[in-house]
Design a protein around this ligand. Structure first.
Ligand code: PGA
Ligand code: ZN
Length: 423
């Protein structure tokens, strides 16, 4: 039984305020969780409540913290911490709005996750085992964002993320090592070619490369120089975050105005020339026709991941499935605002044959809940930035601990996922 709830402000990786909550149970168990914050947000995400006052350039979270300490505490104190769904539904009801705009999705999610952490503690279980029971055993393939563009860096690249995907390994720790090695080699390759090696919001480099293909090229070179085989051991993935360069009718890509069809041709060529296994938000969230085109053309070849277009929302996702959009969904807890709704959308996705990629946000904290969520749900994929900067590495490191805890029963998804079908 929950006897106390406390909210507080903490800073995220960009130095902006975010919300953290601690939940205390009658048996003395405590759970704490902090929520992340995005920059290239989908328009239909649940509302992140900000003060819009003088402090922190308007980004203060005093109201959200007060909502935790008052309204939400009142709802959850006295409830059974094992009743995650009941608690989440009660908070949704107390908020009463479609997009959690009264109490704030940041406030609600912090409490939702802190409850799960406290419940796991009280059972003496790691969070992934509490959430996944005896089923959660799959260590996810990491999608590591090593070149940053879009709104995450000033590299001038239109695409937001160029990722390396160390899938072709027997276990997670070997995959992580390969990712980290390629990252270090990439740094020296970029340096040698005269590019700056400053990093973007997610720890990836932000070189001012002449065009997008040059980014793919330098990644292939780094993979090879690190001693790995591109397209066999280490693959590539993109998050175009295309909503950010779509004006309602065309895409502003490499200085040109492109139609959805032209944009598709860009991806088709990239997929034919490089070992790309995943494209996220290749089309803008408003461009449903573009999404249908890309799904028809590339849906049998690569993962087409819906982020802005689905916003981890069960209803929006179900509609997208009906429309034949994408074949995978990015899962961001704070896009929807409760653990229960997130688990719902993951379950639905798996039932209809869509892959799930559990994701961080560009503004992160040291919280490692997503590592546990990935294993608990056997999602098979996690996207949590470069293998550098502590807020990103915290997630990768937690997966090492989970792998150790699982021992022989751990399964690395890269070992069982049929890449030969995907590329
Ligand atoms: P965001 O970026 O957290 O800034 O939204 C991540 C993504 O688009 O996947
Ligand atoms: Zn995205």
């Amino acid at each position: 039984v929950i006897i106390d709830v406390k909210g507080r402000m903490v800073l995220d990786s960009r130095g902006n305020p975010t919300v953290e909550a601690t939940v205390l149970l009658e048996d003395g168990s405590m759970g704490t969780a902090a929520v992340p914050s995005g920059a290239s947000t989908g328009t239909r995400e649940a509302l992140e409540l900000r003060d819009n006052g003088k402090e922190f350039g308007g980004k203060g979270v005093d109201k959200a913290v007060a909502n935790i300490n008052e309204a939400l505490a009142e709802v959850v104190i006295g409830m059974d911490a094992y009743d995650q769904a009941g608690i989440d539904m009660a908070m949704i009801e107390a908020d009463g709005t479609e997009n959690k705009s009264k109490l704030g999705a940041n406030a609600i999610l912090a409490v939702s996750l802190a409850v799960a952490h406290a419940a796991a503690k009280s059972l003496g279980l790691p969070l992934f085992a509490y959430l996944g029971g005896v089923q959660g055993k799959v260590l996810p393939i990491p999608l590591m964002n090593v070149i940053n563009g879009g709104v995450h860096a000033d590299s001038g690249l239109d695409f937001q993320e160029f990722m390396i995907v160390p899938a072709g390994f027997d276990n997670y720790s070997d995959a992580l090592r390969a990712g980290a090695e390629v990252y270090q080699v990439l740094k020296s390759v970029l340096k040698k070619q005269g590019y700056r090696i400053a990093v973007g919001d997610e720890g990836g480099f932000a070189p001012t490369l002449p065009n997008h293909k040059a980014a793919l090229q330098v990644l292939v070179e780094a993979i090879q120089t690190a001693g790995y085989e591109p397209g066999k051991q280490v693959f590539l993935a993109l998050d175009a975050a295309a909503s950010e360069f779509y004006d309602g009718t065309s895409y502003k890509y490499e200085g040109k105005q492109l139609s959805s069809k032209d944009m598709l041709a860009v991806y088709e060529e990239m997929v034919s020339q490089y070992p790309i296994i995943s494209i996220e938000d290749g089309m803008a969230e408003q461009d449903k026709e573009g999404w249908k085109l890309i799904t028809q053309s590339l849906g049998s070849k690569v993962l087409l991941v819906g982020d802005d277009v689905f916003v981890t929302n069960p209803a929006i996702f179900t509609k997208g499935v009906e429309d034949g959009i994408a074949n995978a969904i990015l899962i961001k807890l704070n896009q929807i605002g409760t653990l229960t709704e997130t688990l719902d959308v993951i379950r639905t996705a798996h039932l209809v044959g869509y892959r799930c990629i559990i994701s961080h946000r560009s503004g992160e904290t040291e919280d490692t809940t997503i590592s546990h969520l990935a294993v608990a749900t056997n999602a098979g994929f996690i996207k949590t930035g470069a293998p550098a900067r502590s807020e990103r590495v915290a997630k990768y490191n937690e997966l090492l601990r989970i792998q150790e805890y699982l021992g022989d029963s751990a399964v690395y998804f890269g070992k069982v996922f049929p890449w030969w079908k995907a590329v």
